[in-house]
Design a protein around this ligand. Structure first.
Ligand code: PLP
Length: 392
């Protein structure tokens, strides 16, 4: 019998951050085993099903043998054209479907591969903290160094571009941004994006704006696209996903749009690594983009009711909650005397409610916890009932 090998992990694996949610997840699983009715508000995955017209489109497409082959690397022309039409209708931005649109296996995939196209060892990327962890990790995987831009309450959770030291800006190949923002629920406006364009063209930095939550917004607010900013397409790309817009997290389909040189770099990386998105999913994605608005106001109404209930319950429990005009997250200040993890642990043990410690999103998330209203109204009401009975 051959001697079993002992795989020796690559050095770069050491740069991966530890799994900070492990302690909370273990406590949650232990309580569930003990029979506690745990309400998990830690998950950024919509509980609502994919609308049935999208599922039906997929069912029809999957029967067609024409879709059973390798897809094209950059996505079906019909889907790239649908993306361009959607961008024009939604944001009044013109895109060339040939060269300015690229289909992704979910937005996470595009975010993870972008630094491979742009970052050399020793280069820097500008990464929001707190933020979606993939920006920093993908930078490390490419041999680069993330420079964390603090998102602070006193600055409406927008990075202060003037605070980025010149020697860092000089080495910055990519600036990652994400508005509406996970985890803070902050939003960005035109003057901010115009400042970003100015910064990027001054330092020759590619902007990658992650717009995964652009369609999850309330009270009539409609988030803008980074490409609507004057010069946006000259300096960057925007990444979208159908995951949150159409409750399609499991389907794995998104798209990158914007600057054709950046899109081409990402396309070249991807064509050497993956073989695209199953065509039946792409057909369903076309249907989703063309018709999602018919069901969307119902979805937003559901989220908005949950947001109002949960925010009110948290405030009644004496907690400070940031305003939330978009995303399905509430960003909550941890009371004095606790770290994020300590408070999330205490909350879980006292109420059986799981929230995510803010430091899991980066150093500048310490002092906060995140609640996702991705559970149904009954569970949110029960969570609020428990919160009302609790003092911290
Ligand atoms: N970007 C942000 C800010 C997210 O929060 C998420 C998922 O939670 C993603 C990207 C990844 O989404 P997708 O399902 O499109 O890969």
């Amino acid at each position: 019998m051959a001697k079993a090998i002992r795989p020796i992990a690559a050095k770069r694996m050491e740069s991966l951050p530890p799994y900070l949610f492990a302690r909370i997840s273990q406590a949650r699983d232990r309580m569930r085993k003990e029979g506690v009715d745990v309400i998990d508000l830690g998950i950024g995955d919509p509980d609502l099903p994919t609308p049935s017209f999208i599922v039906q489109a997929m069912k029809r497409a999957v029967e067609d043998p024409a879709h059973h082959h390798y897809p094209t690397y950059e996505g079906m022309p019909a889907l790239r054209e649908a993306v361009a039409r959607w961008y024009q209708k939604r944001f009044q931005v013109d895109l060339d479907p040939e060269r300015e649109v690229l289909v992704l296996i979910g937005s996470k995939e595009g975010l993870a591969h972008l630094p491979i196209a742009l970052v050399n060892p020793g280069d820097v990327t500008l990464v929001p903290s707190p933020g979606y962890p993939v920006y920093g990790v993908s930078t490390l995987m490419a041999g680069g160094e993330p420079y964390f831009m603090p998102l602070l309450k006193e600055n409406r959770f927008l990075p202060r571009l003037n605070d980025i030291p010149a020697p860092v800006a000089e080495k910055a190949k990519i600036m990652f941004l994400n508005y509406p923002n996970n985890p803070t629920a902050a939003t960005a406006d035109a003057p901010f994006f115009e400042g970003v364009v100015e910064f990027a063209s001054r330092w020759n930095t590619v902007v990658c704006h992650d717009a995964a939550y652009s369609e999850i917004a309330f009270d009539g607010y409609r988030p803008m696209s980074f490409l609507q900013a004057d010069g946006g397409k000259d300096v960057g790309i925007e990444i979208h996903s159908l995951s949150k817009t159409c409750n399609m997290t499991g389907w794995r389909v998104g798209f990158a749009v914007g600057n054709r040189d950046v899109i081409d770099g990402l396309r070249r990386v991807k064509s050497n690594i993956d073989s695209g998105v199953f065509q039946a999913i792409q057909i369903a994605a076309i249907e989703a983009l063309e018709n999602y608005e018919t069901h969307h106001s119902d979805t937003l109404g559901i989220y908005q009711r949950r947001r109002d209930l949960l925010a009110e319950g948290l405030r009644e429990a004496g907690l400070e909650v940031q305003s939330c005009a978009a995303t399905f997250y509430l960003w909550i200040t941890v009371p004095k005397g606790f770290t994020s993890v300590e408070f999330a642990t205490l909350l879980l043990s006292k109420t059986g409610i799981v929230l995510t410690p803010g430091n899991g999103f980066g150093e500048w998330g310490e002092g906060y916890i995140r609640a996702a209203f991705t559970r149904d109204e009954n569970q949110i009401r029960e969570a609020v009932r428990r919160l009302r009975q609790t003092t911290f």
